[in-house]
Design a protein around this ligand. Structure first.
Ligand code: AMP
Ligand code: MG
Length: 322
């Protein structure tokens, strides 16, 4: 099977071609960026609107494929204005190419991508993006949320702290760099059962910055604190479920210190640790195509193509096979 796939949930508009054997035949993307602020939904949608024909045509051309079997698109969760452009593009091209359309959940696609890009079979998924921090396991046909960040997600927490100390957006990579020469100072450590709470820690770090604590020390300490909390709940998830694999997915997975902590913890308890390659760890359309094929082969069909801006990962019936 050959699938044309579209991703448009937030900042990135992407289109790719992937086969049911997992071969990536093309992968074209463009990300809305801003030097002055975070994502403004209407601006992101304008970005997608302006570029979608160009991106889809390029993906088709580069794949050298003329006949497709399926068009997969990301139906949500995400920003409505961005999702609407993706839906519109998906409808146009599925009519044009006379191929069926399948809408898939963006977060399930992130989780599925672990099965496309790594050897995992039944892992604890550590999903850490700008907007999501979730510890997940597949149990009884659902992705169960075992733990999550209660107020703001890990990426957002780093970005918010970074913005306050003048690092711009995205701040994660700059914090990682500054942390290399920092020393540890104590910050609050807030684990509540299987959940973690990051906003108070960000506030505390910002107030220490205003009292002239060194940037480098704060960057080092905020990383050590937030990542230790995440590692603690991941270890508990492994212990509780008896699973022996963990995989990290999402933009924050780029951080080497976070991967190091998780991999040490996994090694100590004889579990295997995997990461989705960075290129496919953030938003991309390859994962949407892979998810579309998995679901199509499982018999899922999209009768009324629509967007689902608030669709939860644990509401999806996982009827497909990896
Ligand atoms: P995503 O939402 O999956 O596209 O991921 C974006 C988030 O990843 C942003 O919050 C970034 O600050 C964060 N991020 C990217 N690179 C790093 C890094 N090296 N260390 C920590 N966070 C990072
Ligand atoms: Mg995403």
């Amino acid at each position: 099977m050959l699938c044309l796939a579209i991703e448009s949930t937030a900042h990135t508009f992407a289109c790719s071609v992937i086969s049911s054997k997992g071969k990536i035949l093309s992968d074209v993307r463009d990300m809305y960026q801003s030097n002055t602020h975070g994502i403004i939904p209407s601006e992101a949608a304008q970005h997608h609107e302006k570029l979608y024909h160009q991106i889809i045509k390029k993906a088709i051309e580069e794949s050298k494929i003329e006949k497709f079997d399926l068009l997969a698109y990301s139906r949500g969760p995400g920003l409505s204005p961005s999702l609407k452009v993706g839906l519109k593009a998906a409808k146009e091209y599925s009519e044009d190419l006379k191929i069926p359309l399948i809408g898939v959940n963006h977060c399930c696609s992130h989780l599925s991508s672990a099965h496309l890009f790594t050897e995992v079979k039944d892992p604890i998924y550590i999903f850490v993006s700008g907007a999501n921090t979730q510890i997940i396991a597949l149990e009884g046909g659902r992705f169960r949320l075992l733990g999550e960040a209660l107020s703001i997600a890990l990426g957002n927490a780093l970005d918010k702290f970074g913005r306050e100390i003048g690092l711009g957006f995205p701040a994660g990579p700059k914090i990682e760099e500054l942390a290399k020469t920092g020393k540890y100072i104590e910050l609050p450590y807030v684990v509540k059962g299987m959940d973690i709470e990051l906003s108070g820690i960000v506030t505390s770090a910002i107030s220490k910055f205003k009292k002239r604590t060194k940037k480098e020390d704060l960057c080092f300490s905020i990383q050590e604190t937030l990542f230790s909390m995440l590692t603690e709940v991941t270890e508990r998830a492994l212990a509780h479920t008896g699973k022996t694999e963990a995989v990290i997915i999402g933009g924050v997975a780029a951080n080497k210190r976070l991967s190091e902590m998780l991999s040490i913890m996994c090694k100590e308890r004889n579990a295997k640790f995997y990461s989705v390659p960075l290129k496919y760890s953030g938003d991309n359309s390859v994962m949407i195509g892979y998810q579309g094929i998995l679901e199509y082969l499982a018999g899922n069909r999209t009768k009324n193509p629509d967007i689902h801006p608030y669709e939860r990962t644990d509401s999806i019936n996982v009827n497909w096979k990896y």
